[in-house]
Design a protein around this ligand. Structure first.
Ligand code: CTP
Length: 402
């Protein structure tokens, strides 16, 4: 298969599980994306697929043992580690996840993983009980917190006959993530980006609140991708059940007033504000210090307006900052989005139709970009792809600043 001379290199690690045969498909998928692939296998993986298969598919030597003859003069696991623009382990067993999490380096693959400075993508595959086991859960979270990119396994029929979570993610999904990392540039280097995310909770009494269904996924995805692209990122988020994105300063708040204070306090050190939070527009006028008993409960709760954080930022902006807002609408999407663009002095509005509730909690969305220059309808995309598209437009808007 012809590849451009400057094609990025993917070192693909294959471990010993039945899904190893899917790694052959993955090699093809990556090559179709104009990536050069070199394979490293564990001994166990060679029980499932012969090294010759990968050698033939890639046209490159396949590394298995630390003690093989060196194909080049350099120490092989170090040269592979340095050559990799991305290292991907797919499929990755529970055992290899555990070894990597604890810094073990007792074979060619784990030594290469420890030695590389390239981004590492892990696509786990295992039995559902092994995947859900606490040891695996904490190993995976440890890796995530160190910046490893985990391509979550899917739900389906497993080799053991059970049905559940643990099945290797789709080859195309892994390929897409690997390509993204292989081609990731530092095009936002030095840009200071503040992202708001999640809902806000407005307390009624110590146990009850007014909130909304925002999962925070879009804001977290924007923060994560911006940091990978070199930006200095602060994420101010309401209550969500998502782990801190790698390389991002996370400020966790509860109410709209707390979010406002956290944002305004950081504006002097901010070049771009991306407001993805679903801020509650109202809060209860009175907070009951004690839990309200149902016999004493009022029939209605008096509300007062929360400040519009983004509108305040827009009013304070002297043209230095690039501002991005979201518009979740059920009515005339474009009309409302244009109104927000003007009223809040924004550079970009990311508008989406929430009339069917599908935008909440899912990992995909369909948005329209609205700027002063026009509108652009996007197809349904994963939230991380939407994040990349938003950041591309932010980068261009920053460059267009006088
Ligand atoms: N926003 C904010 N502070 C608020 C309310 C909204 O910063 N108190 C931001 C949101 O993060 C989002 C945009 O403003 O970027 C949404 O604008 P908003 O006018 O609240 O629109 P909707 O909530 O979609 O709906 P409505 O027009 O009904 O208010």
């Amino acid at each position: 298969m012809g590849r451009s001379a400057d094609a990025p290199t993917v070192v693909l690690g294959v471990t010993g599980c039945i899904a190893a045969y899917k790694a052959c498909e993955l090699v093809r998928d990556l090559q179709r994306r104009d990536l050069r692939v070199k394979v490293v296998m564990t001994e166990a993986a060679t029980r499932f697929v012969a090294p010759l298969t990968f050698r033939t598919l890639t046209g490159e030597p396949v590394a298995v043992s630390l003690w093989d003859d060196e194909p080049a003069a350099r120490v092989h696991h170090i040269s592979l580690a340095e050559e990799a623009d991305v290292l991907c382990v797919a499929p990755c067993t529970a055992n290899v996840i555990a070894k990597i999490a604890h810094g073990r380096a007792d074979d060619m693959l784990t030594t290469t993983v420890l030695a590389t400075e390239a981004p590492i993508v892990i696509a786990p595959a295992m039995n559902v009980h092994m995947w859900r086991d606490e040891a695996t859960r904490s190993n995976v979270e440890l890796l995530r917190s160190r910046g490893f990119i985990i391509v979550e396994p899917g739900i389906g029929e497993l080799a053991c006959g059970e049905v559940g979570e643990g099945r290797l993610a789709e080859v195309a999904t892994i390929g897409e993530v690997v390509e993204r990392e292989a081609r990731c540039t530092q095009d936002l280097a030095g840009l200071r980006i503040l992202v708001t995310a999640g809902p806000t909770y407005e307390p009624i009494d110590p146990v009850r609140f007014i909130g909304n269904r925002s999962s925070g996924k879009t804001g977290f995805a924007i923060a994560e991708r911006a940091a990978r692209r070199g930006a200095v990122v602060t994420l101010v988020t309401g209550p969500v059940s998502l782990p801190d994105p790698f390389g991002v300063t996370v400020v966790r708040v509860t109410t709209a007033l707390e979010m406002r204070d956290a944002v305004l306090a950081r504006l002097a050190q901010t070049d771009v504000v991306i407001a993805a939070a679903a801020v509650a527009d109202f809060r209860p006028a009175n907070f009951a210090g004690e839990k309200i008993k149902k016999d004493d409960a009022p029939r209605s709760i008096e509300l007062e307006r929360n400040p519009d954080i983004l509108a305040e930022v827009g009013a304070l902006n002297d043209g230095r900052m690039v501002l991005v807002g979201f518009a979740a609408e059920t009515g005339d999407l474009l009309e409302h989005a244009h109104k927000k663009l003007r009223d809040k002095h924004l550079d970009l509005v990311v508008a989406n139709d929430v009339s069917d509730g599908s935008a909440f909690g899912g990992s995909e969305n369909r948005v329209v970009f609205v700027t002063h220059h026009g509108t652009e309808e996007m197809p349904t995309l994963p939230k991380w792809r939407i994040a990349e598209e938003i950041l591309d437009r932010v980068r261009d808007a920053v460059q267009d600043r006088p």
